[in-house]
Design a binder for this molecule. Structure first.
Ligand code: SF4
Ligand SMILES: [Zn+2]
Length: 363
């Protein structure tokens, strides 16, 4: 397999420069939490989101330079954070969110570490265990979601985690990004192939007889150097593949331009444009008709200069329709706006222009 990126090897240098510009902040300042309505496996409920500051994603810090669209490393303290400190930060953020809940509706807790929760170099085992012990005391928390690259999905670590939260679902969210190895390796620089993902799936699928452990796949919609039309096709095929290999839920992440990434460099030079919101609707329509597992379309950054965009008249209406569709898993109703013809032309001519930017878009 050809693993040479079509852009040469720009990523390590871009990452090095970006890390130099990072304004180092203490771990407590980098922690964050919020909550909101969400779709749980048991139906509509609430989610608590907690961002924990860890030393940073090992893949982004390696000589690879990390993924071409991701700048999470810039939000990391880039220093060792002790287990005790991590647990203290977790408790503070968790309490803040729990106190806000007047009614104990079914809740999921999503722990974001801007890397891999299951990598003990990022989150020491001691901290993993203590965090799970705290969560276990709350009966109305039904799901615990942690993120990990596939290489850290290890039977012993998962078994320990699941044992600490009996009766709750443990969901491991893996950034598969695309089912296509060429796109994942050469355009996203993800550093793992389908075989690696399937190995992680096998470990989790085997544990299913003893625990309620599930997998969510994040899929990136519109990586760099991909036309709008090809990106839609890849997104749909990737969701179908995810279902085939046993993924329980899919979360699409339409590209937004993060600072200090290769995606930003290309965008600034007019060689990349985030997707149309129309395209996200098209993906929802095609995926809901062919895939049975729950599929969420993340709407972060919709309608902003650096995110998915249609026109000022319809951005927020469509965003609202997609949020609703995420909760009830239906196909949003047909919607018209004068900008739709531009999107249709972009799709129709993308084979001719081979452009990865939206030529007709007028922001
Ligand atoms: S997308 Fe995930 S694996 Fe890639 S650099 Fe970002 S945090 Fe690391
Ligand atoms: Zn419009």
């Amino acid at each position: 397999m050809n693993t040479t990126p079509p852009h040469g090897n720009l990523l390590p240098e871009i990452r090095r420069k970006a890390l130099k510009r990072v304004d180092k902040r203490p771990p407590q300042e980098l922690a964050a939490s919020w909550s909101g309505d969400d779709l749980l496996y048991s139906g509509p409920g609430k989610s608590i989101f907690i961002v924990l500051p860890t030393p940073g994603c090992a893949w982004a810090l390696a000589s690879s330079g990390g993924c071409s669209m991701c700048s999470y490393i810039a939000d990391s303290p880039l220093q060792k954070v002790s287990s005790q400190e991590l647990v203290e930060i977790f408790k503070k953020q968790f309490q803040r969110q729990v106190q806000k809940q007047e009614v104990h509706t079914p809740t999921a807790i999503k722990i974001f570490v801007s890397g891999s929760f299951l990598n003990t170099d990022e989150i020491p085992e001691e901290a993993q265990k203590e965090i799970f012990n705290i969560i276990n005391k709350f009966d109305y928390i039904e799901e615990v979601v942690v993120e990990s690259r596939p290489e850290y999905v290890n039977e012993d670590v998962l078994r320990d985690c699941c044992t600490l939260i009996p009766g709750k679902i443990l969901e491991v969210a893996i950034g598969l990004e695309s089912a296509n190895d060429d796109i994942r390796i050469r355009k996203i620089n993800k550093g793992f192939v389908r075989k690696d993902f399937e190995k992680a799936m096998k470990v989790i699928n085997q544990l299913k007889s003893d625990f309620d452990v599930r997998v969510k796949a994040y899929l990136l919609f519109k990586p760099i150097l991909t036309s709008e039309k090809d990106a839609i096709d890849d997104a749909v095929k990737s969701a179908q593949y995810a279902e085939r290999v046993g993924v329980n839920r899919v979360s699409f992440c339409p590209s937004t331009i993060h600072k200090g990434t290769l995606m930003e460099v290309l965008w600034r030079r007019g060689a990349y444009q985030p997707p149309w919101i129309w395209s996200t609707l098209e993906i929802i329509r095609r995926v809901r008709n062919t895939v049975k597992i729950p599929v969420i379309m993340d709407t972060a950054g919709f309608g902003t200069r650096r995110g998915p965009f249609n026109c000022k008249k319809c951005n927020s209406k469509l965003k609202d329709a997609i949020i609703k569709s995420n909760i009830n898993q239906t196909i949003p109703e047909e919607f018209e706006c004068e900008c739709k013809v531009k999107w249709e032309a972009d799709i129709e001519f993308s084979d001719v222009t081979r452009s990865t930017t939206n030529l007709l878009k007028n922001r």
